[in-house]
Design a protein around this ligand. Structure first.
Ligand SMILES: Nc1nc2c(ncn2[C@@H]2O[C@H](COP(=O)(O)OP(=O)(O)OP(=O)(O)O)[C@@H](O)[C@H]2O)c(=O)[nH]1
Length: 480
C-alpha cells in the first residue's frame, strides 16, 4: 500500500491528494487559498468512469458527443460498443492514450434556431446552414429580388426572445379547394421561432358573392389586411391574398384595413362560435398515411366538420331555421412529433417497435412526453379575430386535457370542447348497429389522409389506448 505520508524538510507531511480528500470529507470545510496545487488533469478519472457507466443519450444535450473515437464502431449513434474496448488502441500498444473530446452536434445557436429536431446533427450540414442565407424576407431584400411582392420589414425578427411581445404576420393567403369544400390557407411568420405555421380557414361565406348571413363575422387576418408599406400596390395585395370575395381574371377587389374595422366580432348569439382545431404536424400520418397514429384522419375530420352547414334557429317563431355555411380554423403548427421533431419521432417509433409506448419512447430519448407550446397558435387565432377573452370564444376540437388547459392559460376563450372520436371507433359502433339490424356489414378501405375512410390496425389501436390511459385523453375506451 502506498504511504499517505511524505518526508519533507519540515518533517512528515500528508500526501496532497489525501490531504484534499480529508479536507473535503471533514465535517467542517476549511480550505485555505493556495493550500492545494491546481488539478489540471486533461480528463478527470471520475468523469471518465461516469461517462463509461452511463447509458446512451444521458440527456439530449449529450447526444452525438463522442469521448472515445478509438473504441471501434458505434453500436448506435451516441452509444459506443464497449465490448470492443480492450484498453489500448490497435497498433498503439506503447503509446500513451489520447482522448479527444469531439462533438457531432451543430453549434448551440443553430440547434436552438432549428428547434429540437437536431439530435445527431451533422456538423457539415450545420456549417452549410451557417453559411446559407437565412430565410428572412425583409422588405428591402424582397423588393430587390422581386418587384411584385412587398412584405412588412419586421416580418422575421430574431427568434426565441420571449421578453418581446409575440407578433405573428400572415404572409400570404390562398384558396384551396378540398374534398370537403373551399378553405383558405394562411401562411404565418412569427418572432418566436423560424417555422412557417399555417391556418386553414374554413369560411366559404367569404368566397360567395351573395351575403348568406350578415350576422356572421368573416374570419380574416388583421395582419394580412393591413397596409405593409406606402409603396404597396394593389397587385402586391392581390398576390399575397389580401382580397375580398373571389379572385379571378374578372374579379379582383383588394381588401383594406378599413374592411377589418367593419367586421363585427359578436354574433347574434344564435350562431355557434367557430370550430377550432390546433393541429400538430405529423408527416407520417398526414403525408404517407401512416396507421401508427390518427393524425391524418383528425386533420381530415376537422376540415370536414368545419365545412358542415350550420342550422340556426330563427328569431321569429313563424320562420324556419336558416342554413348558413360552416366556419372554423385549423391552426396547423409545425410541431412534428409533439414537438420533438421528425428525426426523434422516427427513433421513438423504433423504440415503440421494441415494446415501449409513445410516452416512454419519448422519455427514453431524453424528451418530454409532450414538448409543444401554444402561444403562437393563440396569436394566430387572435390575428384571425377569434378566441379573444371578450369575443364569442371557440368550440375547440380536441380530446387532450393538457391542450385545453394550455389554451385557456394562454387566454383563449373556449365556449365548448368538441370531442374527436377516432373514425375506427365510431365506425365500430355504427357497424355494430348495422349488424344488429341487417346481420352483416361491408367495410370500405381507405387511408387516413384527406378524404380517406376509417382504418384500423394494431399499431393505431395501441397508440389510441396509450393516449387515453397515459395522456388522459378524454375518450371512452372500447371494452372498458
Ligand atoms: N413523439 C411522438 N409523436 C407522435 C407519435 N404519434 C403521433 N405523434 C405526434 O403527435 C402529434 C399529434 O398529437 P396527438 O396526441 O395525436 O393529438 P393531440 O393534438 O395531443 O390531441 P387531440 O387534440 O385530441 O388530437 C403530431 O405532432 C404527431 O406527429 C408518436 O408515437 N411519438
Amino acid at each position: 500500500m502506498t504511504s499517505l505520508l511524505t518526508r519533507t524538510s519540515d518533517g512528515l507531511q500528508l500526501d496532497p491528494d489525501a490531504a484534499l480528500l480529508e479536507a473535503l470529507t471533514s465535517p467542517t470545510l476549511s480550505l485555505k487559498k493556495d493550500s492545494f496545487r491546481r488539478r489540471d488533469a486533461e480528463l478527470d478519472p471520475l468523469l471518465l468512469a461516469a461517462a463509461a457507466a452511463s447509458g446512451p443519450n444521458v440527456t439530449r444535450n449529450h447526444y452525438a458527443h463522442d469521448f472515445f473515437p478509438g473504441v471501434g464502431l458505434p453500436k448506435a449513434e451516441g452509444a459506443w460498443d464497449w465490448s470492443k474496448w480492450d484498453g489500448e488502441r490497435v497498433g498503439a500498444i506503447n503509446q500513451p492514450k489520447k482522448f479527444v473530446y469531439t462533438s457531432k452536434q451543430g453549434p448551440r445557436s443553430l440547434r436552438t434556431r432549428e428547434g429540437k429536431e437536431n439530435s445527431g446533427f451533422d456538423s457539415d450540414f450545420a456549417r452549410s446552414l451557417q453559411s446559407a442565407p437565412v430565410n428572412v424576407p425583409t422588405g428591402k431584400r424582397d423588393r430587390a429580388s422581386s418587384r411584385s411582392v412587398a412584405v412588412p420589414s419586421p416580418a422575421r425578427p430574431p427568434q426565441s426572445d420571449i421578453t418581446t411581445p409575440i407578433k405573428v404576420t400572415c404572409m400570404a393567403r390562398t384558396r384551396i379547394p378540398t374534398p370537403h369544400g373551399i378553405a383558405f390557407l394562411h401562411l404565418y411568420h412569427n418572432n418566436r421561432d423560424s417555422k412557417e405555421h399555417l391556418a386553414i380557414v374554413v369560411d366559404p361565406a367569404q368566397f360567395s358573392d351573395d351575403d348568406p348571413s350578415s350576422s356572421v363575422p368573416s374570419i380574416r387576418s388583421h395582419s394580412l389586411d393591413a397596409v405593409w408599406s406606402d409603396s404597396e400596390t394593389e397587385m402586391d395585395r392581390l398576390t399575397r391574398g389580401a382580397y375580398l370575395g373571389r379572385l379571378s381574371p374578372t374579379s379582383q377587389t383588394a381588401s383594406s384595413p378599413e374592411y377589418q374595422k367593419d367586421l363585427h366580432t359578436h354574433t347574434s348569439g344564435l350562431v355557434p362560435p367557430p370550430l377550432v382545431r390546433i393541429h400538430s404536424e405529423c408527416f407520417t400520418g398526414e403525408t404517407i398515411g401512416s396507421m401508427r397514429c390518427d393524425c391524418g384522419e383528425q386533420l381530415d375530420e376537422a376540415i370536414r366538420l368545419m365545412s358542415q352547414p350550420v342550422m340556426i334557429p330563427s328569431n321569429l317563431p313563424a320562420e324556419p331555421p336558416r342554413r348558413i355555411p360552416g366556419r372554423g380554423v385549423v391552426v396547423y403548427m409545425r410541431q412534428e412529433g409533439r414537438g420533438i421533431g421528425l428525426l426523434s419521432k422516427i427513433r421513438a417509433y423504433n423504440l415503440q417497435d421494441l415494446g415501449h409506448d409513445t410516452v416512454t419512447a419519448n422519455l427514453m430519448l431524453g424528451h418530454g412526453a409532450d414538448e409543444r407550446g401554444y402561444e403562437v397558435a393563440i396569436a394566430i387565432l387572435q390575428d384571425l379575430g377569434i378566441g379573444s377573452s371578450t369575443g364569442e370564444g371557440v368550440r375547440l376540437l380536441t380530446n387532450n386535457p393538457d391542450k385545453v388547459r394550455a389554451m385557456e392559460t394562454e387566454g383563449l376563450k373556449i365556449a365548448e370542447r368538441v370531442p374527436m372520436i377516432p373514425r375506427s371507433w365510431k365506425k365500430r359502433q355504427e357497424d355494430a348497429d348495422v349488424i344488429s339490424i341487417s346481420g352483416s356489414v361491408e367495410r370500405k378501405v381507405g387511408a387516413t389522409m384527406v378524404g380517406g375512410d376509417a382504418v384500423h390496425g394494431e399499431d393505431l389501436e395501441k397508440y389510441l389506448r396509450t393516449k387515453v390511459l397515459r395522456m388522459g385523453h378524454m375518450l371512452q375506451l372500447h371494452g372498458v
